[in-house]
Design a protein around this ligand. Structure first.
Ligand SMILES: [Zn+2]
Ligand SMILES: [Zn+2]
Ligand SMILES: [Zn+2]
Length: 614
């Protein structure tokens, strides 16, 4: 009946169904029902819960897309929402709606500061904007301006903000001009364009006038950096090896972009070459330490290079950096799986971390499991270089020693009669897992009903543990001694675990022996925050506790930080501390407090000192 007409495209049912509208019991109706249900269940979003009230908004957005509106602002979105005859969504529901639409790939919306005021209705708009900057050389033919930009990008990996502005002023790209700031902010957020870190004389962040575009660099390292004098004695290395697949170039660009957003690029040699190359880069960690990253087809090799000798590389620094890079690699490879249309099974597990020998090229590898069986030193098979255990273990977080000193608090009567503070309780809750805390609080006299009520209400384990402990302490003044007895009676770990609750402040001792103790009195700046964040590694929660923030703050920060990016997480903790907690409590955000917290999470204070004051 409809053959040859445009309507055919809308016909999806194979069956021909004839309905007798006069017959109440017409069996064909069941057929229609079945067909519709089958079709619905075949839809990709089948099974996802979906509030009815989303539908009218979705229709409004589709209308806008049909009118070729690629981006709208949050203000416009709210207007559309409130102008609707059916009950409008609340602000919270609207965000849920946008995040849902984002998750199913219909639009782009990121609920983060600076980006949450715009909604990209047509994701291809962003891709087109991106392609106007990052493109293949053959698309620049006949366009001198773009060709020149391409040459600079392929050689140096940079593009000036002014050049983008001029490019988008051209008629062809005019459509990007209107929402320029948002499009650039998005590309920055997605690590396509990276803003280098720049500071004013007060160490506050300032906006640089150019971006890095790591994916565009075509040059290779010709500076002889890897062949420089005594390189072998100056570096330690690790490799992230992909067991199954070739590492896609896009993934290595993302990793280099990630590093560009944290550390600055090294300039090297008599011509001060910027060490950013094709899938390879050198970053400045501190005045005497560089990080060399080289991405190959099946592995990524990371080297820390000291200016004098590898034995000067501080252990805690190497392990914090490897933690941050491992989590970034994890995040990037997962993003890559999500965004790539082709089937690809790069998973976290397919990256194995191995130790590298110090040879500048074709290094030997040592798996971390084999480390214990090699004895005191490792003579690498291909080059015969000797590697001491001290340097080899630099990358690995060493387990804290369980032994206590002679004057350990558990044996000190005076200490045991004290009542723990809120900070002590938070530390205590971090020392045990949920099961151990359950045993502990029951031994401290909490009734099982109170525990099971808490257990049902609180799903965040860190909050649950702390709440349970706080309940015990609300009822009576529980002393350290009672905790010790409960730990012993419940046979939880060992009694000395609780010694970790009361670190003795040795930062003060450290400062006194120092020639300029006043240097720790400086106020934490943006630049400090950027520098310290990678040093905390995965000890984010412990660090937050040591800065005397509570678990609700942790919950909020952690919730905002949906992708596992350790550096960003640590940065939000430091920002939160400086701009909210310190302001609210009228505390001066001094480096001394940061140093103390850094030391209390078991990190080497000299790492921080070198980073900040050298
Ligand atoms: Zn249709
Ligand atoms: Zn070797
Ligand atoms: Zn002890």
């Amino acid at each position: 009946m409809f053959e040859g007409t445009a309507v055919t495209a809308h016909l999806v049912l194979e069956d021909k169904i004839f309905v007798n509208a006069k017959d109440k019991l017409d069996l064909e109706m069941t057929n229609i029902r079945k067909n519709i249900i089958d079709k619905a269940m075949a839809q990709p979003s089948w099974g996802q819960t979906f509030p009815k009230c989303f539908i009218p908004l979705e229709i409004e957005l589709i209308k806008l897309i049909e009118k070729k509106v690629p981006i709208i602002t949050m203000v416009q979105m709210k207007k559309i929402n409130s102008g609707h005859p059916i009950k409008p969504l609340t602000h919270f529901e609207l965000k849920v709606f946008l995040k849902f639409q984002h998750a199913i790939g219909k639009l782009l919306y990121f609920d983060v500061p600076n980006l949450d005021q715009h909604i990209i209705l047509s994701p291809t708009h962003l891709i087109d904007a991106f392609k106007s900057i990052v493109t293949d050389k053959r698309f620049c033919e006949g366009d001198k301006k773009r060709k020149d930009l391409w040459d600079v990008m392929s050689e140096k990996g940079v593009i000036s903000k002014q050049a983008i502005d001029e490019l988008w002023r051209q008629h062809k790209y005019h459509k990007f001009q209107k929402d320029k700031d948002h499009l650039l902010a998005m590309m920055n957020y997605l690590d396509i364009l990276v803003e280098p870190k720049r500071y004013d004389s007060q160490h506050n962040r300032i906006l640089p006038d150019f971006y890095y575009v790591a994916s565009m660099v075509r040059t290779t390292d010709y500076t002889g950096y890897l062949q420089s004098i005594s390189f072998m004695q100056r570096n330690i290395g690790i490799a992230f090896q992909s067991s199954s697949l070739i590492i896609p170039p896009a993934l290595s660009f993302r990793l280099i972009s990630y590093c560009l957003s944290i550390w600055s690029i090294k300039t090297y040699g008599e011509h001060d070459v910027n060490m950013l190359f094709h899938r390879c880069a050198v970053f400045v960690i501190d005045t005497s330490l560089d990080m060399h990253i080289s991405c190959e087809d099946d592995q990524i090799i990371i080297r820390l290079v000291h200016s004098r000798n590898r034995s000067f590389i501080l252990k805690d620094l190497a392990s914090s950096i490897s933690e941050c890079l491992a989590s970034a690699l994890n995040k990037i490879s997962q993003l890559y799986i999500k965004s790539s249309s082709e089937q690809c099974d790069i998973t976290t597990k397919s990256f194995e971390m191995k130790l590298c020998c110090s040879a500048p090229e074709d290094p030997c590898f040592l798996s971390i499991d084999d480390l214990s069986s090699i004895g005191g030193t490792w003579l690498c098979p291909s080059h015969g270089i000797e590697h001491g255990m001290y340097t080899l273990t630099s990358w690995i977080t060493t387990k804290e020693t369980e032994k206590c000193q002679l004057n350990c608090p558990v044996l000190n009567e005076e200490f045991l009669s004290e009542v723990p503070s809120a900070l002590h309780l938070r530390r205590l809750s971090l020392l045990f897992d949920v099961d151990e805390v359950r045993v502990l609080v029951i031994h401290l006299g909490l009734s099982y009903t109170v525990w099971s009520d808490l257990y049902k209400m609180e799903h965040e384990p860190e909050l649950l543990k702390f709440q349970a402990l706080r309940c015990c302490f609300e009822n009576s003044a529980v002393t350290f001694n009672e905790i010790r007895k409960a730990v012993e009676a419940g046979e939880i770990q060992n009694p000395h675990t609780i010694c970790k609750m009361c670190y003795i402040s040795s930062l003060d001792e450290f400062v006194i022996s120092d020639s300029q103790p006043e240097k720790w009195d400086i106020v934490l700046t943006d630049e400090h925050i950027d520098k310290i964040s990678p040093l905390i590694g995965k000890k984010s929660l412990q660090f937050l506790v040591e800065l005397e923030m509570d678990f609700h703050t942790w919950e909020q920060i952690n919730y905002r930080q949906t992708e596992r990016d350790l550096v960003a997480l640590n940065k939000s903790i430091l920002n939160e501390w400086k701009s909210n907690l310190c302001k609210a409590t009228n505390v001066r955000p001094s480096m001394r407090k940061i140093g103390q917290a850094f030391k209390n999470i078991g990190k080497d204070i000299t790492v921080l000192e070198k980073m900040l004051f050298c």
